[in-house]
Design a protein around this ligand. Structure first.
Ligand code: FA5
Length: 344
């Protein structure tokens, strides 16, 4: 028995050295096989039991079993230690806990939406209600009721996407003038912001889908001065007092007299003759405006002896170009987060 115990001691000492030397799970497994495997060293010692006197055999068996238990628990500890070390090494490589955290990116309101909201807020502050129209309209609301009969050449100016003989994607927000007047008696003060569509070639100041804000005021005694005052106030609100804005005589079948409202070109500031934004004129058009044509008032059954009104339709992208000094309208639809968040 003492000889067997000595052998077991030697085995155990070498086992402990081998476990301490193992640096990965594979090496540990090799130690397990070499010492505790079927043909391992402990098995060799166990075989020695047969040579002992029968009385000593049970104790010898117990001593060996106790040694096996200790060895197995030492192997389990070593496995846990190695796994932990591997995890920590991986962690140290992939995560530098002292590195400043990446700030989460947050969304921002699109500049076109912001200008739309600010323009609507300006009119609401002055007592106007906001109405939202439909993006698909019959040609009656888009043209006929606005004093543009089928044969009128002005229809071509609103180069439209027709989706049937009589239905089209609205090329302007002016149908909302008719819809509002048909469903309400004067006095009326509304703005109608929303998307519009035209078969325009895309360039520095045109998109095929853009936004307008329509305005309509109809009551007794309304004149062009009211229109000019409201639109000048809007431009001051959006651009500040220093931005130049001009009213230029123009023509729309649904207003008389009519004007177009221009502002200094946001790209060249009126300085260059080769500007692709303004074509060298130094101005870009914000929108059209004028006194509501009596034919339009009659179409909705208003008494033109009592009521007069003004209307306007501004391009929101053009307002945003001016407000933020942008050199190309296409930037608004390119979805470049660096560009969009600069304006947030
Ligand atoms: C109209 O659409 C008239 N309905 C405006 C109006 C309303 C006049 C009420 C009188 C009374 P116009 O086609 O000029 O007019 O368009 C108005 C504005 O919409 C333009 O000045 C421009 O700012 C914007 N706009 C028009 N087409 C485009 C386009 N393709 N891309 C971007 N903006 C556009």
């Amino acid at each position: 028995m003492s000889e067997l115990a000595t052998k077991l001691d030697h085995v155990q000492t070498r086992f402990e050295e081998a476990v301490a030397a193992a640096t990965d799970e594979r090496a540990l497994d090799a130690v397990r096989v070499a010492f505790l495997g079927r043909s391992g060293e402990v098995t060799t010692v166990r075989r020695g039991i047969g040579a002992l006197p029968p009385a000593e055999r049970p104790d010898a068996g117990k001593v060996i079993n106790a040694a096996v238990e200790r060895m197995e628990s030492a192997l389990a500890d070593a496995t846990a230690r190695i796994e932990n070390r591997a995890f920590e090494a991986e962690l140290a490589q992939s995560v530098d806990v002292t590195f400043p955290a990446i700030a989460p990116t947050t969304g921002s309101i699109h500049p076109v939406r912001r200008v739309l909201q600010d323009a609507v807020a300006y009119f609401e502050r002055h007592g106007f209600a906001t109405v939202l129209g439909m993006e698909i309209e019959p040609d009656y609301y888009t043209f006929d009721a606005l004093n543009i009969p089928a044969t009128h050449p002005a229809r071509e100016g609103f180069d439209s996407f027709f989706i049937s003989d009589t239905l089209l994607l609205r090329p302007h927000t002016s149908p909302m003038q008719i819809r509002t007047m048909q469903s309400h008696e004067p006095p009326i003060a509304v703005v109608a912001p929303g998307k519009c569509y035209r078969r325009d070639a895309v360039d520095a100041r045109h998109l095929f889908q853009f936004h307008q804000i329509e305005g309509l005021l109809v009551a007794e005694g309304i004149h062009f001065g009211h229109l000019k005052g409201m639109l000048t106030g809007l431009c001051r609100e959006l651009f500040g007092a220093d931005q130049r804005v001009r009213f230029r005589p123009s023509f729309f079948p649904f207003t008389e007299p009519s004007a177009e409202v221009d502002t200094t070109c946001p790209k060249c500031k009126g300085r260059t003759s080769a500007c692709n934004m303004c074509g060298g004129s130094g101005w870009i058009e914000l929108g059209g405006a004028g006194m509501v044509h009596p034919n339009v008032l009659r179409e909705v059954g208003y008494d033109t002896e009592i009521y007069t009104g003004w209307a306007f339709g501004f391009g929101i992208e053009r307002l945003a170009l001016t407000r933020y000094d942008i050199d190309d309208i296409r930037r608004f639809v390119e979805c470049d987060p660096d560009f969009l968040t600069q304006l947030a």
